[in-house]
Ligand binder design. Structure first.
Ligand code: URP
Ligand code: ZN
Ligand code: ZN
Length: 469
């Protein structure tokens, strides 16, 4: 059993920030104090001038996922390695129920994807796409399988979309079993009409992806899900990848009246607008790199999202990492925006891109950053206080963070298995310099010390009592 002493760091939790030492014993945080004795520790690391953060937890990812006629390009090793380089030490991925399969069979498929590859800890949400009586009964069994969240897609008509009957029945069943219901909130039926209109008019370029998915249709679906959850007896609801001011308003109102409604946004929505989907002088198809759903919005929506993470109406920031290579996968939609695989890469970029946009600029404190990137995700998805916390007894998933270090983001140096980076050429200030997974140093500067197979399935317990700000 190895011990590591990290000394003199600025320890940041969701509630406190103070200078101190952390003793790691094997996989756990053993002791936190001031002036802890170096004698006896196998390794001593001086973290003076640096922050010590809980490892990031990304609760919205799609590794090795069949979608849009192809498969997302990162698997459970390449995606994990990239995440660890970015300071994320655990994630919760979406296991998608293939039509005709039970939830248990679906989970078995996703466990097989991770087996032998996982380099960091992981959990699963199950996306229900094919509801029947047996699947209804299985929802109650999910917590025994270490899963406490389901997801319903209100968009992607004919592929993943469910109807309101399914959504409502699932909300009730989930609530009865202590399971959290997540929704991709866009009105897929109306989008389908708008997409057909655009195609008929010969509007085929990537920008039409954004133009056929207006913010109103996200707000409508968000409102609908909120009201269905309310009628389902205040079933807990988590709206994923919220992008705009109208949808945020719906969430804020629901929360004001005390409903158990939560929402995340994703870091890329702070950095890009729908203008990024336009053709460039050099490349008419360039906007395909930014094709994801819901689409990028307006600058006014970005300002609303920033207010949302400050006020607490948005409880976490994820990535929706769903990478497709530009040259070989996005090109499926070279002739029509409707065939571009939806999704963007970002599992590696989340922590420093949020830090740079929100902490460096003084919009949020380092503590709030920790709350959004680790503590709240852990609380909502049953991992707290094993993860998302710096307390004695917690997993020693820790990041030593240098707030002054500069980093230029590029596909040439990133670790994600995808041929472009949304933030290509951006210089950010603040980045992880050492990353520990359950006490083991897995990233040391540019050095990779992790291993395929070292990651573990992290059983989700019940959601912790969750504070509504
Ligand atoms: O465009 C996206 N977001 N692709 C991944 C699937 C989803 O909707 O989350
Ligand atoms: Zn989605
Ligand atoms: Zn997603």
């Amino acid at each position: 059993m190895a011990t590591t002493l990290i000394k003199n760091g600025r320890i940041v939790t969701a509630s406190d920030e103070y200078t101190g030492d952390i003793l790691i014993d094997d996989e756990k945080i053993a002791l936190i104090g001031d002036g802890l004795m170096e004698k006896g520790a196998d390794t001593v690391i001086d973290a003076k001038g640096r922050y010590i953060l809980p490892g990031g937890i990304d609760v919205h990812t799609h590794l090795d996922m069949p979608f849009g006629g192809t498969v997302s390009s990162d698997d459970f090793f390449t995606g994990h390695k990239a995440a660890l380089f970015g300071g994320t030490t655990a994630h919760v991925d979406f296991c998608i129920q293939p039509k005709g399969k039970s939830l248990k069979e679906s989970l078995d498929l996703w466990h097989a994807k991770a087996k032998g590859k996982a380099a960091m800890d992981y959990g699963f949400h199950v996306a229900v796409t094919d509801l029947n009586e047996a699947v209804m009964a299985e929802i109650a069994q999910l917590p025994k399988m270490g899963v406490t969240s389901i997801k319903l897609f209100m968009a992607y008509k004919g592929v993943l979309q469910v109807d309101d009957t399914t959504l409502f029945r699932c909300l009730r069943a989930a609530k009865a079993s202590g399971v959290l219901t997540m929704v991709h909130a866009e009105n897929g039926d109306a989008i389908d009409v708008l997409v057909k209109d655009a195609l008929a008019a010969g509007n085929l370029a990537p920008i039409w992806h954004a133009l056929t998915r207006p913010a109103e249709l996200e707000a409508e679906a968000t409102n609908r899900a909120i009201e269905l959850a309310r009628v389902a007896g205040d079933a807990p609801l988590f709206v994923v990848h919220l992008t705009n001011a109208m949808a945020l308003h719906a969430i804020a109102n629901a929360r004001k009246r005390g409903q158990h409604a939560y929402a995340e946004t994703c870091v890329q929505y702070f950095h890009f607008t729908k203008d990024n989907l336009n053709a460039t002088a050099e490349d008419a198809f360039n906007g395909a790199k930014w094709v994801c759903s819901p689409p990028f919005r307006e600058a006014s929506d970005q300002a609303a999202l920033m207010r949302g993470i400050r006020t607490g109406d948005l409880v976490s920031v994820s990535t929706d990492h769903c990478p497709f290579n530009y040259k070989t996968q996005k090109t499926l939609g070279a002739k029509s925006f409707a065939a571009i695989p939806n999704g963007v890469p970002g599992i590696e970029d989340r922590m420093y891109m949020l830090w740079d946009a929100a902490v460096r600029t003084g919009q949020i404190s380092p503590s709030r950053f920790v709350e959004l990137t680790a503590t709240n995700p852990a609380k909502l998805f049953g991992l707290y206080p094993r993860k998302g916390a710096i307390i004695a007894g917690a997993d020693a998933d820790l990041v030593i963070w240098d707030p002054k270090a500069k980093h230029t983001v590029s596909a040439k140096t990133h670790h994600m298995r995808v041929d472009y980076n949304l933030y290509e050429g951006r210089e950010v200030t603040g980045k992880p310099v050492k990353v520990f997974l359950r006490g083991k140093l897995v990233v040391d500067g540019k050095r990779w010390l992790g291993a395929a197979g070292a990651g573990r399935f992290s059983n989700a317990g019940r959601r912790s009592c969750f504070r509504t700000r």
